[in-house]
Design a protein around this ligand. Structure first.
Ligand SMILES: [Zn+2]
Ligand SMILES: [Zn+2]
Length: 297
């Protein structure tokens, strides 16, 4: 059973000495002195706690002068927001969890969880920075892939793959979203990625109520068939690569004739190779090596 039950999205009031907390020890240790008489403070003298998501302000009383000090359990930004709340939203996206998963995970660990709605809001607020970061990472990786290819007098070679949110079979594809990536064969890094979505929750919300849809950053960028997303994404990515001076010479992809012909129409010199098991293994190995290097640094 979950230790902390949510009551209408919020954890019921709990005392500072119940459950676990996520604490930055150094930040906490540096604050454990009285501002008035400079005496060291003790955690056993906590008299109250104000929780803000996964961060807390602890009310600690000084044994000597009885003054009370608010002590933060972790770093906060200039507006006073706890860094841990952005980190947990980032971790949620990185590990492919949703707000409810995070809440269940933390509750089971006996850590009072944040409100799922707050997590969703955080996710939205960091999504744009994350996309900028991903785009920069792709540009750097493309330049690296090109440099290695040039040094070996090889053509820029990459592997293309697409997937859909729901499973498609040979004759039926009806997923509302599709995603794809181009991975460099030499670096094993993602050089570009793309997404196609038929739906947008904001549009749906207003259309469902027969209201005029207000101006908004719309998530829907595809009106065609689900299968048609694949060649469109391949062409967009290869075009973007070309625009940034990293022309793709060889592309490995599964045997999809629509994608090949669409690419050939625009890039007559591109060579298409079928993805072999050896190639998948090679890319996977390069990718693993890359991850090991980036984990060490
Ligand atoms: Zn004191
Ligand atoms: Zn929309």
């Amino acid at each position: 059973m979950l230790r902390f039950q949510l009551i209408s999205g919020r954890v019921k009031n709990i005392s500072w000495n119940e459950g676990r907390r996520v604490v930055e020890l150094e930040v906490l240790a540096e604050q454990l002195f009285c501002n008035k008489c400079n005496t060291p403070l003790h955690l056993k003298d906590i008299v109250g706690e104000m929780r803000y998501g996964l961060g807390s302000l602890l009310e600690v009383v000084c044994q000597i002068c009885s003054g009370m000090k608010l002590i933060s359990t972790g770093k906060r930004n200039e507006k006073g927001a706890f860094d841990i709340n952005s980190k947990v939203a980032l971790a949620m996206m990185h590990s492919g969890m949703g707000p409810d998963h995070v809440v269940n995970f933390l509750s089971t660990c006996n850590i009072p969880p944040p409100d799922p709605k707050t997590l969703k809001k955080k996710e939205k607020s960091i999504a744009l920075s994350l996309m900028d970061e991903a785009s920069d990472s792709c540009k750097t990786a493309s330049a690296e892939e090109k440099a290695i290819s040039l040094s070996l007098s090889d053509e820029l070679e990459c592997s293309f793959d697409a997937g859909w949110q729901t499973r498609g079979s040979g004759w039926q594809y009806n997923s509302n979203t599709g995603h794809s990536s181009l991975v460099g064969v030499k670096t094993g890094k993602v050089l570009d990625y793309d997404v196609r979505s038929k739906l947008c929750s904001i549009c749906q919300h207003h259309l469902g109520r027969k209201e005029t849809v207000p101006n908004h950053p719309c998530n829907s960028n595809w009106q065609g068939s689900s299968k048609g997303m694949e060649p469109d994404m391949a062409l967009s990515m290869v075009t973007r690569m070309d625009n940034r001076g990293c022309t793709v010479g060889i592309i490995h992809a599964d045997n999809d004739s629509a994608t090949s012909s669409r690419l050939k129409q625009n890039f007559a010199n591109i060579k298409k190779k079928e993805t072999t098991k050896t190639m998948s293994r090679k890319i996977c190995r390069n990718n693993c090596m890359q991850q090991q290097i980036s984990t060490k640094s």
